[in-house]
Write a protein that binds this ligand. Structure first.
Ligand code: ADP
Ligand code: GLC
Length: 477
């Protein structure tokens, strides 16, 4: 049994901008179920609804000093649904804002201070709790300084793991911030240091100081070690050798399971699919679309170039020509939003866009659509394609990262397929996948057989939790 502390900048149900939040709750809970002593530490943002989630203040308060500046932190606590403890670090100066990382107009300019103080406060919290975890597991650049502070502190050393959920977010700041975040200049080195092309990278700081580094699928782990996929960090990752590996995320079927999903107008299962048709009607009504003659495609996600939504927006005429209709739920980059809006204008009654972050509606899209589109340019793991399989909504994906690892193509692997993949990232390939989806949908018996197979896929957290457990054994001190 290991004592493990997760340090993460978002956790469902308290705060979320993407899949990191899902993983930051589901993995600790899976580890707790396996008998480990697990806690999570995260910021108390202003938008976290303390009353709704039973978050209580504790008597713990402490000052944290970094680079000559001192800020007071208060500790609040709550528990995840299965009982894992969550500690919230409250500091109005850093977290009393409307958003987690920034607004549509850009990141908060002092994010380096916000998350350096967060990392330092996580250590201070352990001292206050008199707890020295066997392993501190940090997630993404926001917790990237944690493995480094662990070494600089070297009084009470824990083993450290850093998980990279997305290598594109590197926590890059001007070199001048070094003293402000309490980092000595001798750490500012290209090899084995925090320097990255003249700037400081919080993510690299974590990568070079952690005992083990992981990312969230085996294929993405291979891709980021290449020049094309490495976003400049491939050399750093290759140098880690066997300290770097890919562990596939799981899905939380407690929240994403059509037979128990209370957010659906009707539950259903592979044995009785009647409820899925009810969800489809609801979805069409919610998006103001008439009954289509062809398949209904759904999209949920951050509207960013990572997700390939620009490619999809350029392909909507093909989708409509193939008889399809499309609903899109997402928030993100204005340009991507505009191109979907323009397509919706060109194809009234066939394409509908909702710019919102709406959890209940996300469930209805997963359940009500016939196919779920994820044409991601790159995808570290991706959770929506895993959820959509469980809902019998066949994923249409670009064969990259975690999408490659979780979806089997119906034509490449006859008798085993669970979705459709395209390999070249271009309009013709996506349009071809969409046409294959339409043909599959027309063949109702085959479509139903594949739906049932996809629904039977099991990506529950147990296997991934076991893989992390083995890693913890290697690094624990
Ligand atoms: P990423 O973390 O890169 O955004 P993932 O597929 O791992 O992608 O996870 C995305 C998560 O965020 C899913 O749980 C998805 O349902 C949710 N999500 C993304 N955008 C929205 C939205 N506009 N409304 C509701 N949920 C959303
Ligand atoms: C990131 C990735 C996504 C992954 C999620 C959880 O946001 O973009 O692919 O599923 O983290 O690990």
């Amino acid at each position: 049994m290991a004592d493990v502390l997760h340090v993460t900048s978002e956790v469902v149900p308290f705060s979320k901008t993407g899949g990191l939040a899902d993983v930051s709750a589901a993995l600790p809970e899976a580890l707790s179920r396996r008998g480990h002593k697990v806690a999570v530490v995260t910021p108390l943002y202003r938008k976290v609804n303390a009353a709704r989630h039973g978050i209580r203040p504790t008597a713990l308060r402490f000052p944290v000093t970094l680079g000559g500046r001192t800020c007071d932190f208060a500790v609040h606590e709550a528990a995840l649904p299965e009982g894992t403890a969550v500690y919230f670090l409250a500091c109005d100066e850093w977290f009393g804002r409307d958003e987690l990382y920034g607004t549509r107009d850009g990141d908060y300019p002092d994010n380096y201070l916000r998350f350096a103080f967060f990392a330092a406060a996580a250590f201070r919290l352990m001292r206050a709790l008199r707890r020295r975890p066997d392993v501190i597991h940090s997630h993404d650049w926001q917790a990237g300084l944690v493995p480094m502070f662990n070494q600089l502190n070297h009084l009470e050393l824990s083993g450290t793991v850093l998980t990279i959920h997305n290598l594109a977010y590197q926590g890059l700041f001007p070199a001048q911030v070094m003293p402000e975040v309490g980092l000595p200049w001798d750490c500012f080195r290209a090899y084995g240091g925090v320097e990255f092309w003249g700037r400081v990278s919080f993510l690299k700081a974590g990568m070079v100081h952690a005992d083990a580094v992981t990312t969230v699928s085996p294929t993405y782990a291979r891709e980021v070690c290449t020049r094309q996929g490495g976003v400049g960090m491939d050399g750093v990752l290759r140098a880690l050798g066997d300290r770097f590996s890919g562990i596939l995320n799981g899905a939380d079927y407690g929240a994403w399971e059509p037979s128990t999903d209370a957010l659906l107008p009707s539950q259903y299962s592979a044995a009785d699919m009647a409820g899925k048709a009810i969800c489809r009607d609801r979805l069409l009504a919610d998006f103001g679309l008439p009954e289509p003659n062809g398949p209904l495609f759904g999209v949920v996600g951050r509207l960013t170039s990572q997700k390939g939504h620009d490619l999809l927006a350029g392909c909507l005429d093909d989708l409509v020509a193939a008889g399809g209709s499309l609903v899109v739920l997402g928030t993100g980059e204005r340009a991507v939003e505009e191109s979907f809006r323009a397509a919706a204008g060109r194809h009234p009654g066939r394409v509908s866009l909702r710019v919102a972050y709406d959890e209940p509606l996300a469930h209805i899209v997963e359940a009500g659509a016939d196919f779920f589109l994820m044409p991601s340019r790159f995808e570290p793991c991706g959770l929506n394609q895993i959820y959509s399989m469980r809902y019998g909504t066949l994923p249409v994906v670009h064969a990259t990262g975690g999408l490659e690892d979780t979806v089997r193509d119906v034509d490449e692997e006859p008798g085993r397929g669970t979705g459709l993949k395209f390999r070249a990232f271009d309009r013709a390939s996506l349009a071809w996948a969409i046409r294959r989806a339409r043909d599959l949908w027309d063949d109702k018996a085959r479509y139903l057989e594949i739906q049932r197979r996809a629904m039977a896929e099991d990506f529950s957290w147990e296997a991934s939790a076991r893989a992390y457990e083995a890693l913890y054994e290697r690094v624990a001190r």
